[in-house]
Design a protein around this ligand. Sequence first.
Ligand code: FAD
Length: 473
Amino acid sequence: APTLLWFRQDLRLTDNPALTAAVAAGRPLIPVFVLDDADAGHWATGGAARWWLHHSLEALAEAMGTRGGSLVLRRGPASEVIGRLVEETGAAAVFWNRRYEPWATRRDAEIKADLKRRGVEARSFNSALLCEPWQIETRTGGPYKVFTPFWKALRAAVETATPTPPPERLPTPARMPTGDALADWALTPRGPDWAGGLRAAWLPGENAALRRLDGFLDEAVLDYARKRDLPAEPATSRLSPHLHFGELGPRQAWHAALSRHEPGRTDKFLSELAWREFAHHLLHHFPDLPDRPLRPEFAGFPWVDDPQGLRAWQQGRTGYPIVDAGLRELWQTGWMHNRVRMIVASFLIKDLLIPWQAGEAWFWDTLVDADLANNAASWQWVAGCGADAAPFFRVFNPSLQGVKFDPDGAYVRRWVPELARLPAAAIHSPWAARPLDLADAGIRLGRDYPGPIVDHAAARDRALAAFKALRKD
Ligand code: FAD
């Protein structure tokens, strides 16, 4: 009787505990991936991430092929698909690596109970996190809500065993069950091809993830603490989509960073991996995180219904160059620099008073690294309603953020080319540029580039007044 190996967000062969255990069990292996949109409901994988998933599955299937295996694709509610596959194949066991989305943990618990009732062994493993969310507790026994003590506790708990290598051969049964053709899932654009920018920016798959990690650890990691806030620099790892899809596990990144460099040199990078852990910790303990503010008093916040403002923000036409650059980078490449994510999020929430959930939903559909835990925790952090969040009254000034983190305007020039010829002194506030500079650069505001859709100073006052009213209630 074979073992079903259920791939989910662990699309790799290295350091994959469910795979290692399944091979060690000594039975033939039937690897399967289930497209489970029905289970995920309104958090089903978004557009850009579907593009990534397509190519990641292709890469995984190819890697399995070179080891004598193959990948079976099925779609539908996982409880039905897995149950049916067990019947079809007479599988004695189902192994998988855990996910942490509330819809997935609920469903997986049901599937596990059902398999056990049928006398089928069901085992789950940790491939996605350094530590399970329930392994780390405060001294009084609850979840952490503050990052720094969480980070200390995590650091003390992480075990840095050498990651397990991929199996050389996959034990394959004489007959594999049939599966869908990947192309029939239509994960990549069918109509207008919007994925050109994604193709140019990314190579999904485990091999590409390992190469990216390796390249980042060669040098960039040593300058990471100093340059990670500068969006024009290639200073961060860009591992986020690889980590999201489990083409690379955090243990591999952690272990490689520590084994390649002196102690302390990579701490800042490790602490960002810890923010990812913290977000998953929060999502596990507060499953409403993606949908409702963690601090309940924010439920009564006087948000504004502003579809036009939302549209301008989504399309990168707010008239604030750093905001527009970020949203255009996102639209074209499926990724945005972290500093700019914070700036555009602050602008949506505080300058436009649009609910953070609207921004979260836009990111969900357009990011290749869209991740329920990281996205929700980060949006709540910027909105000031999350755990250990930036206080609401700290409102980013988009022009000053631009001047500080993109001092010569290289980032804006790259993504808002109509402003490329403005001098650095004017590039983050074109509305205040000298008429001569605008004329020299060939720009008429309102024609070639929008004027600001809100006045930041007035918008800031409005946001603070709204926040004050909330606190009085
Ligand atoms: P690096 O700086 O190289 O960091 C290494 C890894 O650490 C990242 O790949 C990521 O997995 C993790 N990480 C870094 N910063 C954070 C953080 N603040 N929170 C959680 N994990 C972090 N990240 C996502 O992976 N998916 C999302 O959907 C997402 N949405 C975000 C929304 C907003 C409003 C903000 C402000 C941040 C969001 N982030 C999200 C966090 C962060 O911006 C990205 O993880 C980071 O920019 C990815 O680039 P990188 O791989 O080069 O990061």
